[in-house]
Design a protein around this ligand. Structure first.
Ligand SMILES: [Zn+2]
Length: 274
C-alpha cells in the first residue's frame, strides 16, 4: 500500500514535471522567437541606417538604391556593401593644412578687395608621401609665386631648390603642383598639360591640383586633383578624400577669418595693442 502510494506520488510528480517542462519549453520557444524577430528588425534598421549614411557621404556620386535589404539574403547584402565601398574608394588624399594653404594663397591674389581684372593665378608645389597601400597623401603645399591673369609658372630655380630641401627635411617628396584659375573654372589648359607632362615624367603618379577660389562658396572645396594620360594627352580628375575633418560649408568662413593673416596682419588685436 505504501509502495502504491509512493508510486502514485511519483507518477503524479512525473506528470507535473512533464507539463512543467512542456510549458517551460513553450515559453522558451516563444521568447526565442520574439528575440529572433527583434534582432531581425534591428538588423534591418541598422542596415538601412548604414546605407543611408554611406549614400549621404557619396551624394555627388551615383545614388545607391535605398531599398530594404532582406536580412535573409545575406549574399545580396554583401554585394551592396561592396558596391558602397567601391563608390567611395579614394585615389588620393589631401590634408586640411594643404587645402587651407592653397585656398588662402589663391585668395591672396583674387579676392573681393582686388578689382576682378587684376586677379592673377598663383602656383606652388605639393609635398606628399605614399601610404602602405601605395595611395598618395598630399601632406603640405608650398606657395611658389603668382603670375599673369592666365598663366603662372615657377620662375626662380633657386626657390625651387629651397623648397625641395624644405620638403625633404619634412621627409616628404614633391608629388605634384598646384595653381589657381581665379573665376574661370576647373580644367587643364594646354599649358597646364605641358607642365603636368614634365611632372609625370619625373614621377608617373605626380598630380596637378587646380583651384578656383571663386568656387569656395560653402558647397565645394573649389579644387580638383588631376592626372594626365601622357599617351592620349588627356586629363582626368582623381577621386580624392580629405585627410582630417573639414566641413566645406565652413570653408568660406574660415577663409574670411584668416584673410588678415594672408595680408600679413594679425587676425585681431586686444584693445591696448591698437
Ligand atoms: Zn591652368
Amino acid at each position: 500500500m505504501v509502495i502504491t502510494l509512493m508510486e502514485n506520488k511519483e507518477s503524479n510528480y512525473s506528470i507535473k514535471d512533464v507539463i512543467k517542462k512542456k510549458i517551460k519549453e513553450k515559453i522558451k520557444q516563444e521568447l526565442l522567437d520574439e528575440i529572433c524577430e527583434e534582432l531581425k528588425l534591428e538588423e534591418e534598421e541598422l542596415t538601412e541606417e548604414i546605407s543611408s549614411m554611406l549614400t549621404k557621404k557619396t551624394s555627388s556620386k551615383p545614388i545607391i538604391k535605398l531599398s530594404k535589404i532582406p536580412t535573409a539574403q545575406i549574399e545580396e547584402k554583401t554585394n551592396v556593401e561592396i558596391q558602397v565601398e567601391k563608390e567611395i574608394q579614394k585615389e588620393v588624399y589631401i590634408s586640411v593644412k594643404s587645402i587651407l594653404k592653397i585656398a588662402s594663397h589663391a585668395l591672396k591674389y583674387a579676392n573681393s578687395k582686388i578689382p576682378r581684372e587684376n586677379w592673377v593665378e598663383v602656383i606652388g608645389l605639393l609635398a606628399g608621401k605614399l601610404n602602405k597601400n601605395d595611395i598618395l597623401l598630399i601632406e603640405d603645399a608650398y606657395p611658389m609665386g603668382h603670375g599673369t591673369a592666365v598663366y603662372a609658372e615657377i620662375k626662380d630655380y633657386k626657390n625651387y631648390v629651397r623648397a625641395f630641401k624644405d620638403i625633404k627635411r619634412q621627409r616628404l617628396f614633391i608629388c605634384g603642383w598646384y595653381h589657381s584659375h581665379p573665376s574661370y573654372g576647373l580644367f587643364m589648359s594646354n599649358e597646364d598639360m605641358g607642365t603636368q607632362t614634365r611632372y609625370q615624367k619625373l614621377w608617373d603618379k605626380a598630380v596637378a591640383l587646380v583651384i578656383d577660389p571663386y568656387l569656395i562658396d560653402g558647397t565645394s572645396t573649389g579644387f580638383e586633383i588631376y592626372s594626365a594620360n601622357l599617351k592620349s594627352k588627356t586629363w582626368f580628375p582623381l577621386v580624392y578624400g580629405i585627410k582630417g575633418s573639414l566641413d566645406v560649408r565652413m570653408l568660406p568662413e574660415i577663409m574670411k577669418f584668416i584673410h588678415p593673416i594672408i595680408e600679413g596682419k594679425p587676425v585681431y588685436l586686444e584693445y591696448d595693442e591698437d
